[in-house]
Design a protein around this ligand. Structure first.
Ligand code: HEC
Ligand code: HEC
Ligand code: HEC
Length: 113
């Protein structure tokens, strides 16, 4: 009986911990995205989480999984450059036009070889 209660308590503690970790999974701080022939794109993930706030601005288009953009492009569920145009550059241009702090728009400012 005692062992059972302890077991349940350990179970609850473990579960609570697992939920807390799941809620806080922000992914990597910086992510190197595959940019095809144009070269890799260094993406500051936390900087965007802090400035944008809403995860879904990006993660509506692709799930919170490492390497998913490349996978979805290979499965033809995302077009080539779709994320780049519809997410990255679209927002950077909108911010620039609004006179706000923004990110790169020129190719070589994102892609490195
Ligand atoms: C400006 C766009 C953008 C925003 C906003 C954003 N993410 Fe991401 N996130 C990405 C990209 C890009 C990837 C990498 C996908 C890939 O590797 O194909 C990613 C990957 C992830 C991953 C997968 C693990 C990893 O490290 O690659 C997790 C988890 C994640 N994001 C969580 C979050 C959470 C939580 C928020 C909100 C607090 C958030 N993201 C906001 C763009 C964004
Ligand atoms: C804000 C950052 C950014 C800028 C600026 C940018 N790119 Fe990209 N580019 C990306 C990201 C992220 C990807 C990978 C996701 C995708 O394909 O949508 C990518 C993917 C690509 C790909 C690979 C597509 C594939 O799947 O084979 C090419 C080619 C490319 N970009 C060319 C360009 C050219 C040309 C310019 C300038 C006119 C440019 N990029 C500007 C971020 C950027
Ligand atoms: C909803 C708006 C939004 C989206 C979507 C977005 N960005 Fe940005 N990005 C910003 C803003 C705002 C800044 C300037 C942040 C700052 O300097 O405080 C920025 C800055 C950057 C920088 C420069 C960071 C530095 O240290 O100067 C890079 C690189 C960048 N973004 C890449 C990307 C890529 C790649 C994507 C797509 C996967 C993307 N961004 C999607 C708003 C966005």
């Amino acid at each position: 009986m005692k062992a059972k209660i302890i077991g349940v308590i350990i179970g609850i503690v473990f579960l609570t911990g697992a939920i807390a970790v799941a809620v806080q999974n922000q992914g990597a701080k910086d992510i190197a995205l595959d940019g095809g022939k144009k070269g890799e794109v260094n993406f500051p993930h936390y900087l965007h989480q802090d400035t944008i706030g809403d995860c879904n601005v990006c993660h509506d288009l692709f799930p919170k999984t490492a390497g998913i953009i490349k996978d979805l492009k290979e499965q033809k569920k995302l077009k080539k450059k779709q994320v780049m145009k519809k997410t990255c550059i679209k927002c950077h241009k909108a911010k620039r036009d609004a006179g706000e702090k923004t990110g790169p728009i020129r190719c070589s400012k994102c892609h490195v070889k």
